[in-house]
Design a protein around this ligand. Structure first.
Ligand SMILES: Nc1nc2c(c(=O)[nH]1)N[C@H]1C(S)=C(S)[C@@H](COP(=O)(O)OP(=O)(O)OC[C@H]3O[C@@H](n4cnc5c(N)ncnc54)[C@H](O)[C@@H]3O)O[C@H]1N2
Ligand code: MOO
Length: 405
């Protein structure tokens, strides 16, 4: 068993054991934020017909030669076409079709004059302006052509993609399934929310933090609840769920105390232990194991530690499962607008609040209380500050590297 690996090595060891997961068809209305698993190919031209971008008159541009305010050209109105209807008459010289925005342009016409440059009387339209061929004219397929790849697979479906797919009339899209992640909290001290607090006990916040975050990341959390510090019971819960999920997360019991049972649980279920402890703080004593081609990530019980190591170790795996192109942690540099004295020489991840000033990204601590057991400093936290090994602290104005959450 490897011990005290650095973060990047830990990421590699875990990523090697994860592949993209199965695909499924979902309704477009349920596809937002999912990852496309097949190219979207246009089944129609968009727009599906030549159409008018204006309310006005469709006509032949050659008929407008010499037209002016003083000397209008007069054309006979042969038909009226609104959006949703279709012209029935072909346009010949000296004719015009009254047309509304979005309506199909009739055959024989090669331009549309806007209503404001005309007047209408007794079935005739007076044209006060010359027009060029295809002026104010939207062509069939000018946006998207039938058969064209409109959106490549492995793209996240955001509102723009939803709109474009809807414009093609496509009702269902192929996406990667949502990764299913089981979460189990261990610890005799844990109570579920709503239970009466009694001496020595605390509420299980980890399972709620992680499940909310998993939902935010468009995965499917499967909450296994609390398991006491009992090897048999914990082993059984993991064995019972492992075939149904893509990943298991446990929290608590990974340090060296009497009740730190997770290593024994892994031995009991014959999981391969990949490594124990990552050379970072918080969250050092994480244990990562592998059983039946699934990873079991056992995070520290300390609330802030489990939440931070989830971001550093688990999130990239979830991204990889749905083939996100860049499944690595997304970083940028920012100016530190706070002060922080670092006690240990370890690489440290601090909870930060990132904002943007005229001079670029600026980050400050969410709270001066940054210890592993303090959860309130996750409030307002939108990034992690990566403080390198050996650093003795940070001063106002220092350039720091941050990881987006
Ligand atoms: N002698 C040593 N003691 C400790 C070491 C060490 O190296 N030598 N490491 C410390 C570090 S660092 C951490 S981090 C913790 C990790 O402990 P565990 O992962 O075994 O977690 P627990 O002991 O079960 O819990 C730690 C802490 O968090 C509370 N907790 C647990 N689960 C939850 C939950 N679901 N929701 C909210 N809070 C939870 C628990 O009550 C403890 O207070 O070990 C240090 N000790
Ligand atoms: O590694 Mo622990 O989470 O720092 O206290």
């Amino acid at each position: 068993m490897k011990q005290m690996v650095n973060l990047e090595i830990a990421n590699e060891i875990l990523a090697e054991r994860v592949d993209s997961i199965e695909e499924e068809y979902v309704n477009l209305t349920d596809a937002h934020k999912r990852m496309l698993s097949k190219d979207v190919i246009s089944t129609i031209n968009q727009p599906p017909f030549d159409r008018s971008p204006l309310d006005g008159y469709a006509l032949k541009s050659e008929d407008t030669k010499g037209a002016s305010e003083e000397n209008p050209v007069v054309l006979e109105i042969i038909e009226e076409v609104c959006a949703g209807s279709y012209p029935t008459k072909e346009l010949k010289n000296n004719m015009a079709t009254r047309i509304m925005t979005g309506a199909p342009i009739p055959k024989g016409s090669d331009c549309v004059i806007r209503q404001e440059d005309t007047s209408e009387k007794d079935g005739k339209v007076y044209i006060y302006k010359e027009l060029n061929e295809f002026q104010n004219y939207c062509f069939e397929g000018e946006d998207l052509k039938k058969g064209q790849i409109v959106i490549k697979k492995d793209t996240e479906i955001n509102f723009g993609e939803v709109g474009v797919i809807a414009s093609l009339g496509i009702k269902e899209v192929s996406v990667y399934k949502k990764p299913k992640v089981a979460i189990l909290s261990t610890g005799d001290e844990l109570l579920d929310i709503g239970e009466k607090l009694i001496p020595g006990k605390i509420y299980n916040s980890n399972i709620y933090t992680l499940s909310a975050r998993l939902k935010e990341l468009n995965t499917e959390p499967i909450i296994l609840g609390i398991s006491g510090d009992d090897i048999e019971q914990t082993a059984r819960k993991i064995e019972n769920i492992i075939d149904e999920v893509d990943l298991v997360i446990t929290t608590g019991g990974v340090s060296v105390g009497k009740k730190d049972i997770i290593k024994d649980v892994m031995k009991k279920i014959n999981a391969d232990i990949l490594f124990w402890k990552v050379d970072i703080k918080p969250g050092t004593p994480v244990l990562c194991s592998y059983l039946k081609n699934k990873l079991i990530i056992s995070l520290s019980g300390n609330p802030a530690a489990s939440s931070i190591t989830f971001e550093l170790l688990v999130r990239p795996l979830l991204d990889k499962m749905v083939n996100k192109k860049d499944s690595k942690l997304k970083r940028t540099s920012a100016v530190f607008d706070d002060s922080y004295l670092k006690k240990s020489g370890k690489r440290r991840f601090l909870r930060g609040e990132l904002s943007y000033s005229q001079n670029g990204p600026v980050v400050k601590l969410t709270s001066s209380k940054q210890s592993s057991g303090v959860l309130s400093s996750t409030l307002k936290c939108n990034c992690l500050i990566d403080v390198p090994k050996g650093s003795t602290g940070l001063e106002k104005g220092d350039k720091v590297e941050i990881i987006y959450l």
